[in-house]
Write a protein that binds this ligand. Structure first.
Ligand code: 6GU
Length: 230
């Protein structure tokens, strides 16, 4: 089980954090081949230009198609099969745990991080000739660019690669894996600042504990995320 991920961005240092913790170890042990590329490596002019004014007018700048075309060509030809090409976009489908599970089964992901007002639309059409193209949003709010979204997606996907999370049982008991929010957790001391741990958790009755935790999941989900139950 080994996954290849290429990220293309004009701010590669955003991704320095992916050398840390679980994903950092997965890269060191070879479970995850994650490379971050500077889009400007595929420019040819003195100013390494990646953007230009929009046809038809309007505010802001649009990312030029040529560097993206060359970047995608180079990364896709070195692919063993067809890559899945993901463009983070607030105009895309919403990323969920189901999306993470689906993408964790792919052999090669390419993330193209847009900035400014977006990428020339022809890039998405062209990318579809190289692999499956997905436009994916983190949710209904606006970020300045795709970098932070790709950090989040890479972590959600990467931790599902077999072997990346040491104890795979910890994956199934999490929020969203069973469609419900996670139950509350407690550790020692059993009383802290006059607050006691729910006595059931100290009872040793594993059936009763499992039932209580499931009740807590339902109660929390009803209160905080009724949309998940509907
Ligand atoms: Cl994927 N990109 C940007 N720029 N903003 C977002 C987003 C993505 N998801 C939510 N907001």
């Amino acid at each position: 089980p080994h996954m290849r991920i290429d990220v293309v961005s004009i701010f590669p240092s955003y991704f320095d954090g992916l050398t840390l913790s679980l994903l950092g170890r997965a890269r060191e042990t070879g479970l995850l081949d994650l490379k971050v590329h500077d889009l400007r490596e595929w420019t040819h002019d003195r100013h390494r230009t990646v953007d230009d004014t929009p046809y038809g007018g309007g505010a802001g700048m649009v990312m030029k198609p040529e560097p993206w075309g060359d970047a995608l060509d180079q990364l896709a030809v070195s692919s063993e099969g067809q890559p899945t090409i993901i463009f983070p976009s607030p105009a895309g489908e919403v990323f969920t745990q189901a999306t993470a599970r689906e993408l964790a089964t792919r052999e090669h992901l390419i993330f193209g991080c847009g900035r400014y007002e977006g990428i020339d639309e022809r890039v998405f059409e062209y990318a579809a000739s190289l692999g499956e193209v997905r436009l994916i949003s983190l949710g209904d709010y606006v970020l300045n660019g795709g970098e932070v979204a790709v950090m989040a997606m890479t972590e959600a996907i990467g931790r599902l690669i077999p072997g990346v999370v040491g104890n795979p049982e910890s994956l199934v008991e999490e929020s969203h894996e069973d469609g419900l929010l996670e139950y509350p957790s407690y550790t020692k001391p059993s009383v802290w600042r006059d607050r006691a741990v729910p006595p059931i958790l100290l009872s040793g009755n594993h059936g009763a504990i499992a039932d209580w935790r499931h009740e807590q999941q339902l109660k929390r989900t009803r209160a905080r995320r009724p949309d998940l139950l509907a």
